[in-house]
Design a protein around this ligand. Structure first.
Ligand code: ADP
Ligand code: MG
Length: 323
Protein backbone atom coordinates (compact mmCIF):
# COMPACT_ATOMS: atom_id res chain seq x y z
CA UNK A 1 0.00 0.00 0.00
CA UNK A 2 1.15 3.51 -0.75
CA UNK A 3 0.89 6.41 1.67
CA UNK A 4 -2.02 7.79 -0.39
CA UNK A 5 -3.86 4.46 -0.14
CA UNK A 6 -3.35 4.35 3.61
CA UNK A 7 -4.76 7.88 3.91
CA UNK A 8 -7.71 6.86 1.72
CA UNK A 9 -8.48 4.05 4.14
CA UNK A 10 -8.40 6.41 7.07
CA UNK A 11 -10.75 8.80 5.27
CA UNK A 12 -13.68 6.57 6.12
CA UNK A 13 -12.61 5.95 9.73
CA UNK A 14 -14.60 7.97 12.22
CA UNK A 15 -17.89 9.80 12.19
CA UNK A 16 -19.06 12.38 9.67
CA UNK A 17 -19.76 15.74 11.33
CA UNK A 18 -21.38 18.86 9.92
CA UNK A 19 -18.95 21.10 11.80
CA UNK A 20 -15.95 19.84 9.80
CA UNK A 21 -15.39 22.52 7.16
CA UNK A 22 -12.23 20.92 5.76
CA UNK A 23 -11.31 17.33 6.61
CA UNK A 24 -8.63 14.94 5.35
CA UNK A 25 -7.05 15.98 2.06
CA UNK A 26 -5.88 19.55 2.47
CA UNK A 27 -2.83 20.95 4.24
CA UNK A 28 -4.73 21.38 7.48
CA UNK A 29 -8.23 20.72 8.77
CA UNK A 30 -10.79 23.41 9.59
CA UNK A 31 -13.59 22.95 12.12
CA UNK A 32 -16.32 25.19 13.44
CA UNK A 33 -16.19 25.83 17.19
CA UNK A 34 -19.60 27.04 18.44
CA UNK A 35 -19.55 30.54 19.91
CA UNK A 36 -19.15 30.51 23.68
CA UNK A 37 -17.70 26.98 23.86
CA UNK A 38 -14.11 26.26 24.85
CA UNK A 39 -11.89 23.94 22.83
CA UNK A 40 -10.33 21.15 24.93
CA UNK A 41 -7.29 19.37 23.45
CA UNK A 42 -5.25 16.32 24.40
CA UNK A 43 -2.76 14.00 22.71
CA UNK A 44 -1.29 10.63 23.64
CA UNK A 45 1.48 8.64 21.98
CA UNK A 46 1.36 4.84 22.11
CA UNK A 47 4.70 3.17 21.34
CA UNK A 48 5.06 -0.53 20.64
CA UNK A 49 6.66 -2.37 23.57
CA UNK A 50 6.39 0.72 25.75
CA UNK A 51 2.62 1.21 25.92
CA UNK A 52 1.41 -2.02 24.32
CA UNK A 53 2.97 -5.34 23.36
CA UNK A 54 4.13 -5.18 19.71
CA UNK A 55 2.00 -8.28 19.07
CA UNK A 56 -1.24 -6.40 19.95
CA UNK A 57 -3.88 -6.88 17.26
CA UNK A 58 -4.39 -3.87 15.00
CA UNK A 59 -8.12 -3.79 15.74
CA UNK A 60 -7.49 -3.48 19.48
CA UNK A 61 -4.76 -0.88 18.91
CA UNK A 62 -7.06 1.26 16.79
CA UNK A 63 -9.65 1.21 19.54
CA UNK A 64 -7.17 1.79 22.34
CA UNK A 65 -5.37 4.69 20.68
CA UNK A 66 -8.62 6.64 20.71
CA UNK A 67 -9.87 5.32 24.07
CA UNK A 68 -6.88 6.65 26.02
CA UNK A 69 -7.57 10.13 24.65
CA UNK A 70 -11.31 9.88 25.24
CA UNK A 71 -10.39 9.21 28.85
CA UNK A 72 -8.43 12.47 29.10
CA UNK A 73 -11.39 14.44 27.77
CA UNK A 74 -13.71 12.49 30.09
CA UNK A 75 -11.63 13.69 33.04
CA UNK A 76 -12.23 17.28 31.88
CA UNK A 77 -15.95 16.69 31.45
CA UNK A 78 -15.64 17.58 27.76
CA UNK A 79 -17.51 16.31 24.72
CA UNK A 80 -15.19 14.68 22.16
CA UNK A 81 -15.54 15.94 18.57
CA UNK A 82 -12.47 15.74 16.27
CA UNK A 83 -9.30 13.68 16.11
CA UNK A 84 -6.01 13.68 14.25
CA UNK A 85 -3.85 10.58 13.91
CA UNK A 86 -0.12 10.03 13.40
CA UNK A 87 0.69 6.53 12.25
CA UNK A 88 4.29 5.34 12.29
CA UNK A 89 4.41 1.93 10.63
CA UNK A 90 7.33 -0.38 9.87
CA UNK A 91 5.46 -1.63 6.75
CA UNK A 92 2.27 -0.85 4.83
CA UNK A 93 0.34 -4.04 5.48
CA UNK A 94 -3.18 -3.76 4.09
CA UNK A 95 -4.82 -6.23 6.47
CA UNK A 96 -3.24 -4.46 9.44
CA UNK A 97 -4.37 -1.02 8.30
CA UNK A 98 -7.93 -2.21 7.59
CA UNK A 99 -8.17 -3.79 11.04
CA UNK A 100 -6.69 -0.71 12.70
CA UNK A 101 -9.13 1.58 10.90
CA UNK A 102 -12.03 -0.66 11.92
CA UNK A 103 -11.08 -0.59 15.60
CA UNK A 104 -10.55 3.16 15.58
CA UNK A 105 -13.76 3.75 13.66
CA UNK A 106 -15.95 1.63 15.93
CA UNK A 107 -15.17 3.80 18.92
CA UNK A 108 -15.01 7.07 16.95
CA UNK A 109 -18.49 6.55 15.58
CA UNK A 110 -19.84 5.62 18.99
CA UNK A 111 -18.71 9.01 20.30
CA UNK A 112 -19.36 10.94 17.07
CA UNK A 113 -15.67 11.76 16.62
CA UNK A 114 -14.54 12.79 13.11
CA UNK A 115 -11.01 11.95 11.96
CA UNK A 116 -9.92 15.20 10.33
CA UNK A 117 -6.25 14.70 9.56
CA UNK A 118 -2.92 13.29 10.54
CA UNK A 119 0.40 12.08 9.24
CA UNK A 120 1.65 8.75 8.00
CA UNK A 121 5.31 7.84 8.26
CA UNK A 122 7.53 4.78 8.02
CA UNK A 123 9.21 3.95 11.31
CA UNK A 124 8.90 1.88 14.48
CA UNK A 125 5.27 0.99 15.26
CA UNK A 126 3.70 3.92 17.09
CA UNK A 127 0.26 5.49 17.09
CA UNK A 128 -0.43 9.03 18.27
CA UNK A 129 -3.96 10.36 18.47
CA UNK A 130 -4.82 13.94 19.22
CA UNK A 131 -8.37 14.52 20.34
CA UNK A 132 -10.24 17.80 20.34
CA UNK A 133 -13.49 18.38 22.12
CA UNK A 134 -15.80 20.96 23.56
CA UNK A 135 -16.11 21.95 27.19
CA UNK A 136 -19.56 21.70 28.77
CA UNK A 137 -19.81 25.49 28.99
CA UNK A 138 -16.99 27.71 29.98
CA UNK A 139 -16.31 25.24 32.80
CA UNK A 140 -14.00 22.26 32.80
CA UNK A 141 -13.25 19.88 35.63
CA UNK A 142 -9.63 20.23 36.66
CA UNK A 143 -7.24 18.34 38.91
CA UNK A 144 -6.88 21.35 41.13
CA UNK A 145 -10.23 21.85 42.88
CA UNK A 146 -10.19 19.25 45.69
CA UNK A 147 -10.90 20.63 49.17
CA UNK A 148 -10.19 19.33 52.65
CA UNK A 149 -13.04 17.09 53.78
CA UNK A 150 -14.06 16.06 50.23
CA UNK A 151 -14.83 12.43 49.53
CA UNK A 152 -12.48 10.67 47.11
CA UNK A 153 -14.23 8.47 44.55
CA UNK A 154 -13.22 6.11 41.77
CA UNK A 155 -15.42 4.77 38.97
CA UNK A 156 -15.72 1.11 37.94
CA UNK A 157 -12.96 -1.19 39.15
CA UNK A 158 -9.19 -0.75 39.19
CA UNK A 159 -6.25 -3.11 38.69
CA UNK A 160 -7.89 -5.06 35.88
CA UNK A 161 -5.83 -3.62 33.03
CA UNK A 162 -2.50 -4.20 34.78
CA UNK A 163 -3.52 -7.81 35.39
CA UNK A 164 -4.62 -8.04 31.74
CA UNK A 165 -1.21 -6.80 30.59
CA UNK A 166 0.54 -9.30 32.91
CA UNK A 167 -1.63 -12.06 31.37
CA UNK A 168 -0.82 -10.92 27.82
CA UNK A 169 2.88 -11.00 28.69
CA UNK A 170 2.52 -14.49 30.19
CA UNK A 171 3.64 -13.26 33.62
CA UNK A 172 0.57 -14.66 35.38
CA UNK A 173 -2.03 -17.31 34.60
CA UNK A 174 -5.80 -17.36 34.98
CA UNK A 175 -8.91 -19.27 33.90
CA UNK A 176 -10.34 -18.52 30.45
CA UNK A 177 -13.20 -16.24 31.51
CA UNK A 178 -11.05 -14.10 33.82
CA UNK A 179 -8.28 -13.93 31.20
CA UNK A 180 -10.76 -12.71 28.60
CA UNK A 181 -12.25 -10.07 30.88
CA UNK A 182 -8.92 -8.76 32.18
CA UNK A 183 -7.16 -8.69 28.80
CA UNK A 184 -10.10 -6.83 27.33
CA UNK A 185 -9.86 -4.26 30.08
CA UNK A 186 -6.31 -3.58 28.89
CA UNK A 187 -6.92 -3.83 25.14
CA UNK A 188 -10.31 -2.13 24.94
CA UNK A 189 -10.53 0.30 27.83
CA UNK A 190 -13.87 2.02 28.35
CA UNK A 191 -13.32 5.73 28.71
CA UNK A 192 -15.84 7.22 31.14
CA UNK A 193 -16.94 9.97 28.78
CA UNK A 194 -20.61 10.06 29.81
CA UNK A 195 -19.77 9.92 33.50
CA UNK A 196 -17.28 12.77 33.12
CA UNK A 197 -19.88 14.93 31.45
CA UNK A 198 -22.43 14.20 34.15
CA UNK A 199 -19.96 15.06 36.92
CA UNK A 200 -19.44 18.63 35.67
CA UNK A 201 -20.80 20.99 38.29
CA UNK A 202 -21.04 18.21 40.91
CA UNK A 203 -17.42 17.34 41.68
CA UNK A 204 -14.49 19.57 42.66
CA UNK A 205 -11.57 17.82 40.94
CA UNK A 206 -11.05 14.93 38.53
CA UNK A 207 -8.21 12.93 36.97
CA UNK A 208 -8.30 9.80 34.85
CA UNK A 209 -6.49 6.77 36.23
CA UNK A 210 -3.89 5.99 33.57
CA UNK A 211 -0.74 5.39 35.61
CA UNK A 212 -2.14 3.67 38.71
CA UNK A 213 -4.57 4.70 41.42
CA UNK A 214 -1.83 5.80 43.83
CA UNK A 215 0.16 7.88 41.33
CA UNK A 216 -2.90 9.56 39.89
CA UNK A 217 -4.35 10.23 43.34
CA UNK A 218 -1.02 11.85 44.26
CA UNK A 219 -1.17 13.99 41.10
CA UNK A 220 -4.68 15.19 41.92
CA UNK A 221 -3.65 15.89 45.52
CA UNK A 222 -0.57 17.84 44.41
CA UNK A 223 -2.53 19.89 41.87
CA UNK A 224 -5.11 20.70 44.57
CA UNK A 225 -2.47 21.35 47.23
CA UNK A 226 -4.05 18.84 49.62
CA UNK A 227 -3.37 15.40 51.10
CA UNK A 228 -5.49 12.30 50.91
CA UNK A 229 -6.29 9.13 52.84
CA UNK A 230 -7.24 6.14 50.72
CA UNK A 231 -9.02 3.23 52.41
CA UNK A 232 -7.79 0.23 50.51
CA UNK A 233 -10.63 -2.02 51.70
CA UNK A 234 -13.01 0.23 49.75
CA UNK A 235 -11.05 0.12 46.49
CA UNK A 236 -13.26 -1.65 43.92
CA UNK A 237 -11.72 -4.94 42.76
CA UNK A 238 -13.53 -6.82 39.99
CA UNK A 239 -14.60 -10.44 40.61
CA UNK A 240 -12.22 -11.50 37.81
CA UNK A 241 -9.21 -9.82 39.44
CA UNK A 242 -10.20 -11.18 42.85
CA UNK A 243 -10.40 -14.67 41.33
CA UNK A 244 -6.88 -14.69 39.89
CA UNK A 245 -4.77 -13.40 42.77
CA UNK A 246 -4.82 -12.97 46.56
CA UNK A 247 -6.45 -9.79 47.86
CA UNK A 248 -3.27 -7.96 48.71
CA UNK A 249 -1.79 -8.59 45.26
CA UNK A 250 -5.01 -7.41 43.66
CA UNK A 251 -4.81 -4.22 45.74
CA UNK A 252 -1.20 -3.76 44.63
CA UNK A 253 -2.31 -4.12 41.00
CA UNK A 254 -5.01 -1.53 41.65
CA UNK A 255 -2.69 0.93 43.41
CA UNK A 256 0.39 0.58 41.23
CA UNK A 257 -0.77 -0.82 37.88
CA UNK A 258 -1.91 1.49 35.13
CA UNK A 259 -4.19 1.65 32.11
CA UNK A 260 -7.55 1.38 33.86
CA UNK A 261 -8.89 4.67 32.45
CA UNK A 262 -11.38 5.04 35.26
CA UNK A 263 -12.10 8.45 36.77
CA UNK A 264 -10.81 9.44 40.20
CA UNK A 265 -12.55 12.47 41.66
CA UNK A 266 -13.08 14.54 44.76
CA UNK A 267 -16.48 15.87 45.76
CA UNK A 268 -18.24 17.33 48.76
CA UNK A 269 -20.03 14.81 51.00
CA UNK A 270 -23.24 16.64 50.12
CA UNK A 271 -22.97 15.31 46.57
CA UNK A 272 -23.05 11.61 47.44
CA UNK A 273 -26.56 10.91 46.24
CA UNK A 274 -26.10 12.95 43.03
CA UNK A 275 -22.94 11.00 42.23
CA UNK A 276 -24.63 7.66 42.94
CA UNK A 277 -27.58 8.69 40.76
CA UNK A 278 -25.26 9.67 37.88
CA UNK A 279 -23.47 6.33 38.11
CA UNK A 280 -26.74 4.40 38.33
CA UNK A 281 -28.13 6.21 35.27
CA UNK A 282 -25.11 4.91 33.34
CA UNK A 283 -25.43 1.42 34.77
CA UNK A 284 -22.04 1.59 36.41
CA UNK A 285 -20.63 1.96 39.87
CA UNK A 286 -18.65 4.66 41.64
CA UNK A 287 -16.98 3.82 44.95
CA UNK A 288 -16.09 6.15 47.78
CA UNK A 289 -12.50 5.21 48.63
CA UNK A 290 -11.10 8.02 50.75
CA UNK A 291 -11.03 11.54 52.08
CA UNK A 292 -9.19 14.72 51.19
CA UNK A 293 -7.03 15.98 54.06
CA UNK A 294 -4.67 18.80 54.88
CA UNK A 295 -1.02 18.27 54.09
CA UNK A 296 0.44 16.97 50.88
CA UNK A 297 0.78 13.21 51.17
CA UNK A 298 -1.42 10.40 49.97
CA UNK A 299 -1.65 7.80 52.70
CA UNK A 300 -3.09 4.34 52.11
CA UNK A 301 -4.74 2.46 54.96
CA UNK A 302 -5.99 -1.13 55.03
CA UNK A 303 -8.25 -1.96 57.96
CA UNK A 304 -6.76 0.90 60.00
CA UNK A 305 -3.16 -0.24 59.35
CA UNK A 306 -0.78 1.73 57.12
CA UNK A 307 -0.49 0.11 53.70
CA UNK A 308 2.25 0.77 51.15
CA UNK A 309 1.96 0.49 47.38
CA UNK A 310 4.83 -1.58 45.97
CA UNK A 311 5.46 0.75 43.02
CA UNK A 312 4.31 4.26 42.54
CA UNK A 313 3.31 4.19 38.90
CA UNK A 314 4.95 4.39 35.52
CA UNK A 315 7.62 7.00 34.92
CA UNK A 316 9.34 7.05 31.53
CA UNK A 317 12.50 8.77 32.69
CA UNK A 318 13.28 6.75 35.80
CA UNK A 319 15.72 3.82 35.52
CA UNK A 320 13.90 0.50 35.56
CA UNK A 321 10.55 2.14 34.86
CA UNK A 322 9.01 -1.06 33.58
CA UNK A 323 5.28 -1.23 33.10
P1 ADP B 1 1.12 17.31 4.07
O1 ADP B 1 2.30 16.79 3.34
O2 ADP B 1 0.55 18.58 3.50
O3 ADP B 1 1.31 17.38 5.54
P2 ADP B 1 0.06 14.68 3.83
O4 ADP B 1 0.34 14.21 2.45
O5 ADP B 1 0.92 14.21 4.94
O6 ADP B 1 -0.06 16.25 3.82
O7 ADP B 1 -1.44 14.30 4.19
C1 ADP B 1 -2.49 14.49 3.26
C2 ADP B 1 -3.79 14.56 4.02
O8 ADP B 1 -4.01 13.32 4.66
C3 ADP B 1 -3.81 15.61 5.10
O9 ADP B 1 -5.12 16.12 5.17
C4 ADP B 1 -3.49 14.85 6.34
O10 ADP B 1 -4.03 15.47 7.47
C5 ADP B 1 -4.15 13.50 6.05
N1 ADP B 1 -3.51 12.35 6.72
C6 ADP B 1 -2.26 11.88 6.57
N2 ADP B 1 -2.05 10.80 7.32
C7 ADP B 1 -3.20 10.56 7.98
C8 ADP B 1 -3.61 9.60 8.92
N3 ADP B 1 -2.79 8.64 9.37
N4 ADP B 1 -4.87 9.68 9.40
C9 ADP B 1 -5.68 10.66 9.00
N5 ADP B 1 -5.38 11.58 8.10
C10 ADP B 1 -4.13 11.56 7.61
MG1 MG C 1 0.95 20.36 3.19
Amino acid sequence: MSEAQIIDFMRSAGAGRDDVTVGIGDDAAVVEVPAGRRLVVCVDALLADVHFPASTEAHDLGWRSLAVNLSDLAAMGAEPAWATLVLSLPEANEAWIKAFARGFSELARHYDVALIGGDTVRGPLAVTVQLLGLAAGTDCMLRSGARRGDDVWVSGSVGDAAAGLALLKGKIKADKASTEFLCRRFLRPTARVELGRQLVGIVNATIDVSDGLYTDAARLAKASNVGMILNMEDVPISPALAAVMPRNEALQMAASGGDDYELLFAASAKKRSEIQAAAASLNMSCSRIGTVTDGETVTCVLESEPWMPSHTGYEHFVAGGDH
